[in-house]
Design a protein around this ligand. Structure first.
Ligand SMILES: [Zn+2]
Ligand SMILES: [Zn+2]
Length: 337
């Protein structure tokens, strides 16, 4: 029912693409990250909670239809529904059912409940398209509560030394998690404009999230210590230097690799991931009971081989244009060596 072509994951029967990387007539979007939600398609279909995020990213004029989790629509006889992926707010697995055959496209996902996005739910299917961002046995992420208390004690230590704490991570998804954790530290929280915009939009949409203020030049008048949340693009910028004295920490699943922290030249790395680790990937895939697995972005060939040998699944790797971290390739090389 689904094929993989040069524009994306295609369902000919429904005449729709899932997360296309080229403009198409009808695009079904798993989530609002830039590599999955691209500009130029005529009609978009996504989860209700992705609508404003998609408009923020692609412009307010896009044609967009939305569904709740579990709600079903029919496109030329294909029943389509969205199910929680637990990756970021509004993220969905796409389920397509035609003549008794069920396919599920995961998008990006994680099994851990981050307290912000709707937690992942396994969906039984015959064919499962899975990401494999952290599809190597070395990726076993620490307990979220431990990461949180490590972050808070780092902030607390900086506070005692009258130093500002700078937290770096993606504007959509990671930033909301960093802000919620930082909110427990009893310090003022400022953020980069890109993050404040998203935060304000989500609060307007009804999410009960911490308010953050723009980290503007006025910070000079505000006494240390405070917290600043910023995207990777601002790391080591002259804008960042305004917050001296500071310590800076990067939040990402890649921080499990020593080289990843060193390469970014930051004081600390916290393993805070929006993707499934090795254990979660295996759990999620076996829970679908699918016999056919299509492994996309990540360690796709290694992971597909593992699924064939360990579970006897009909697993193949599939090339896509999804990438979640600009520096990922270097980190990846590091992890395989
Ligand atoms: Zn993503
Ligand atoms: Zn992705």
């Amino acid at each position: 029912m689904l094929t993989f072509n040069d524009k994306g994951i295609y369902c000919a029967q429904a005449a729709a693409y899932i997360d296309p990387w080229a403009p198409v007539e009808r695009a079904i979007i798993t989530h609002a990250h830039a590599d999955h939600a691209r500009f130029g398609s005529k009609h978009y279909l996504c989860h209700r909670d992705s609508v404003t995020l998609l408009k923020l990213r692609l412009g307010p004029e896009i044609s967009i239809q939305c569904l709740n989790y579990g709600e079903e629509i029919d496109l030329n006889g294909v029943k389509i529904s969205l199910h929680p992926a637990g990756h970021i707010i509004g993220s969905a697995q796409i389920r397509l059912c035609y003549k008794g055959q069920v396919w599920v496209v995961s998008g990006d996902y994680k099994l851990e409940n981050d307290g912000i996005s709707t937690p992942f739910e396994p969906v039984k299917c015959h064919h499962f398209v899975s990401e494999s961002t952290f599809g190597l046995p070395i990726y076993r992420f620490p307990d979220l509560h431990d990461v949180e208390s490590d972050m808070l004690s780092w902030i607390d230590n900086n506070k005692k030394n009258n130093i500002n704490s700078l937290l770096v991570g993606y504007s959509l998804g990671k930033a909301q998690r960093m802000i919620e954790i930082a909110g427990k530290a009893d310090l003022p929280i400022y953020a980069h404009g890109a993050i404040v915009n998203i935060q304000q939009q989500l609060i307007e949409d009804g999410y009960r999230l911490q308010k953050v203020s723009y980290a503007s030049a006025d910070l000079k008048k505000i006494p240390n210590p405070y917290i600043v949340v910023m995207p990777p693009s601002a790391l080591h910028s002259s804008w960042m230097k305004k917050f001296t004295p500071y310590e800076v920490a990067y939040c990402s699943g890649w921080m499990q690799l020593r080289g990843a922290r060193r390469r970014r030249n930051v004081n600390r790395g916290f393993v805070l991931s929006d993707h499934a680790d090795w254990v979660q990937l295996n759990l999620a895939i076996t829970a679908t009971e699918a016999e056919n697995i299509y492994v996309t972005h990540g360690y796709k060939s290694i992971y597909a081989k593992w699924l064939r040998e360990q579970y006897g699944l009909n697993a193949v790797e599939v090339d896509t244009l999804y990438e979640d971290d600009l520096l990922m390739q270097e980190d990846k090389d590091d992890s395989i060596q």
